[in-house]
Design a protein around this ligand. Structure first.
Ligand code: AHR
Length: 350
């Protein structure tokens, strides 16, 4: 009995002692990490598509279209495709002509971002760079962005899709065609007329051409921009001809510059298409006319009739669909030697 009371006393005393001793600060790091605050769940996840999704129709689309300018036959056909198709489909098109001025094009983009009616922005970019900020602003404003004709150097998360040609492949085809034309020529000096230097069309066609030109020993002895224009194509070629006539072929990155070069060759007393081979890119009506006249040897097609595909993509994006990041157009090559050339030319839209 006495022993039990004594033990109880000891227990009570040690409890009192423990209560009076300050708690020791743990020195070892806790084995468990402190629990993080639960991450805030956004009230609304970023929405794909427009408010009308998934039942948007073409009539719900108000498209702000930023065109580069009106530099030639290709561009005219591209613009007409957008205007005509908009009417056929019943969507609203707001057209902006950037007049081949990058600052104007960026200002136009900002204008469409601010425009509460515009829900889709279509960009045909004058140059590959400088688009990231406006694309972010467009995303923040909930606009759908589709890139057409010219690719851009920006993360593809910032736009829905790019619909346009494989310009590198057009350059490769051009080199193959010039190789075929120069098959029996000992010399293979080629002059290159370049489009506006910052554009994807100019950069990529030049790259593709260089990838393939070594296959047959082509040397580019002159290369300069002529800004897609007949007048500049003629002036640049004239200046080169004053220095030397040692040229076997001209690679013009579009038909207009090729037509300008043809004029310069004629004025210098040379026979374009015979004394000097001429190849251009686009396959416009002007190029077919020159091929039928025997002054242009080849035109590599670049399809400008992109509006039906662009509008369809915009509608799908409006309805919340995820699109492939690039839809490349199907394109051919036309040669002056084709026995059906007249018939082909008559059946073309541009
Ligand atoms: O981006 C397409 C190019 O732009 C065409 O080849 C040229 O003619 C146009 O201006």
């Amino acid at each position: 009995m006495f022993r039990a009371k004594f033990l109880a006393l000891i227990v009570i005393l040690s409890m009192i002692l423990a209560a009076c001793t300050p708690a020791a600060t743990p020195t070892a790091a806790p084995t468990e990490k402190p629990k993080a605050e639960p991450t805030a769940v956004p009230a609304e996840l970023p929405k794909k598509g427009l408010a009308c999704a998934p039942k948007c129709e073409y009539k719900d689309l108000v498209v702000g279209f930023l065109q580069t300018g009106s530099e030639g036959g290709w561009r005219a056909a591209n613009t007409a495709s957008f205007k005509e198709t908009a009417e056929q489909l019943g969507l609203t098109l707001k057209f902006y002509d950037s007049q081949n001025d990058l600052a104007k094009e960026v200002a136009g983009f900002q204008q469409f971002i601010q425009d509460p009616q515009v829900n889709v922005i279509v960009l045909s970019a004058l140059e590959t760079t400088g688009w990231e900020q406006v694309l972010k602003d467009a995303a923040a404003a909930g606009k759908i962005v589709v890139i057409q004709d010219r690719r851009i150097d920006a993360p593809d998360t910032l736009f829905e899709t790019y619909i346009g040609a494989d310009f590198v492949e057009e350059g490769r085809k051009s080199a193959d065609e010039i190789c075929a034309l120069l098959k029996n020529s000992a010399k293979k000096n080629v002059w290159e007329l370049v489009g506006n230097v910052g554009s994807s069309a100019a950069k990529d066609r030049g790259q593709g051409f260089r990838e393939k030109m070594a296959d047959c020993g082509i040397t580019i002895t002159n290369s300069q921009t002529a800004n897609w224009s007949i007048t500049e194509g003629k002036q640049v070629t004239e200046a080169w001809l004053k220095e030397s006539k040692d040229v076997q072929a001209i690679f013009a990155q579009n038909d207009e510059m090729g037509l300008g070069a043809i004029e310069a060759l004629k004025e210098a007393g040379l026979k374009p298409g015979v004394d000097v081979y001429v190849l251009s890119v686009d396959a416009t009506a002007g190029a077919f006319k020159a091929m039928l006249a025997g002054t242009l040897n080849v035109t590599v097609e670049c399809n400008p009739l992109l509006a039906p595909q662009v509008y369809e993509a915009a509608l799908k994006a409006a309805n919340g669909e995820t699109l492939p990041k690039w839809v490349a157009s199907q394109e051919g090559v036309f040669r002056a030697t084709d026995p059906n050339l007249k018939q082909i030319a008559d059946g073309r839209k541009y």
